[in-house]
Ligand binder design. Structure first.
Ligand SMILES: NC(=O)c1ccc[n+]([C@@H]2O[C@H](COP(=O)([O-])OP(=O)(O)OC[C@H]3O[C@@H](n4cnc5c(N)ncnc54)[C@H](O)[C@@H]3O)[C@@H](O)[C@H]2O)c1
Ligand SMILES: [Zn+2]
Ligand SMILES: [Zn+2]
Length: 372
């Protein structure tokens, strides 16, 4: 069948909305009619080349939710009409990572950027003028319809608004998990969140939920800091230097217990700044993505050993999507997760580039494409 979708054909480049051919689901797959897709900055990193696409053309989008319109043969557990949040990372449920509570590191995720099926680099479901088109993260949610593996989908109750729940497929769990799982924030602690966009707003909410006493939101854009204050930050500052000083003042000179880096494009100096902002036994959580070639990171060995500091990478908030997506849906319907205020603007599929230029100019916190 045909589907309209936003693809990138060259890097650096921009999204082009074109009509693609979409294959029917095979065994272990479902076809989704997309209802909404969030505009995460990682899809912008794809167009800039910061995040290398495994192939081109590539259909972007990895933060989607929709309704099942077709179920592959011999595919149990799914019915036409089911509602699903698509997970930005797949989980097989059987590998050593899935089996030990680290589903975000499932062996299938090694191939998330390939665009093909995770387990077969020659198998595609989308094509454009006879050429295969990749699906970013295996789901390519910037498409009216998408055929995905059931390892990328989590069924949710039908009364949850999908145009809100789509964020749970990436930004919510990435941010919330950065502070709750990766920084292991404890009651009474002081937490710095460096970058208050889509992901940072959920890192703030996670820290507040975990009982942090002080949450210092850092962002050069004042509207983003204000938004972070509305969802739980206790202080808002423009620079990490101000946050470092403030954290010291609030902790009798010790420094923050943890700093979550959730800013747009990671540079080595951001890691150095975050390490300086935390005190003894402090944890720096790195969620942001940057250029793969930026490797010249300077580290104080004294800081690391004598002050017992930790640097912790965090992929999709260290969550296990099969459970954590449904859990966060329930947190939303239970009034414990604020999605509504973080979604600041909606767009049509044809406005995808406008959504990203708004994001670059600080005009939205999280934009969402809503399909008609
Ligand atoms: N690790 C993962 O699993 C994962 C998942 C999703 C997104 N990401 C990455 O997380 C990062 C954030 O994504 P997003 O969608 O929230 O982006 P975003 O553009 O919505 O937010 C980034 C924010 O950082 C701010 N910022 C820029 N420079 C700053 C600085 N020096 N100090 C403080 N704030 C600064 C910007 O003003 C902006 O508000 C991106 O790098 C994205 O690719 C990682
Ligand atoms: Zn994302
Ligand atoms: Zn697995």
């Amino acid at each position: 069948m045909k589907t309209r979708a936003a693809i990138i054909q060259r890097v650096p480049g921009a999204y082009e909305v074109v009509e693609l051919d979409l294959d029917a689901p095979r065994t272990g797959e479902i076809m989704i009619k997309m209802v909404a897709s969030g505009l995460c900055l990682s899809d912008e990193h794809l167009t800039s080349g910061d995040l290398p696409a495994g192939m081109l053309p590539m259909c972007g989008g990895h933060e989607g939710a929709g309704i099942v319109v077709e179920v592959g043969p011999h595919t149990s557990g799914w019915e036409v009409g089911d509602h699903a949040v698509l997970s930005c990372l797949p989980g097989c449920g059987r590998c050593r990572y899935c089996a030990t509570g680290h589903q975000n590191l499932c062996v299938l995720t090694d191939n998330f950027s390939m665009g093909s099926r995770f387990e077969d680099s020659s198998s595609f479901r989308l094509s454009y003028q006879g050429r295969p088109v990749g699906q970013w993260c295996g789901i390519g949610t910037f498409s009216e319809y998408s055929t995905v593996s059931t390892t990328s989908a989590v069924k949710i109750p039908k009364d949850v608004p999908l145009e809100k729940a789509c964020l749970i497929g990436c930004g919510v769990n990435t941010g919330w998990g950065a502070t709750v799982n990766s920084a292991q924030v404890k009651p009474g602690q002081t937490v710095i969140v460096m970058g208050c966009g889509g992901v940072g707003n959920f890192a703030v909410q996670g820290a507040a939920h975990a009982g942090a006493l002080y949450i210092i939101a850092v962002d050069p854009v004042s509207t983003k800091r204000d938004q972070a204050m509305r969802v739980g930050a206790t202080h808002g500052v423009a620079t990490i230097e101000e946050a470092t000083e403030l954290a010291k003042q609030l902790t009798d000179g010790h420094g923050a217990d943890s700093a979550a880096i959730t800013l747009g494009t990671l540079k080595p100096q951001h890691l150095q700044q975050a390490l300086e902002s935390v005190g003894k036994n402090g944890i720096v959580v790195c969620t942001s993505l940057g250029r793969a070639t930026d490797v010249d990171f300077k580290l104080s060995i004294f800081d690391l050993t004598l002050k017992q500091k930790r640097i912790q990478g965090s992929m999709f908030g260290a969550v296990s999507p099969s459970w954590d997506i449904l859990k966060m849906v329930r947190m939303y319907t239970g009034g414990r997760l604020n999605l509504d205020e973080v979604i600041s603007k909606t767009y049509t599929l044809d406005q995808v580039n406008e959504g990203y230029s708004d994001l670059r100019e600080g005009k939205n916190v999280r934009g969402v494409i809503v399909y008609s």
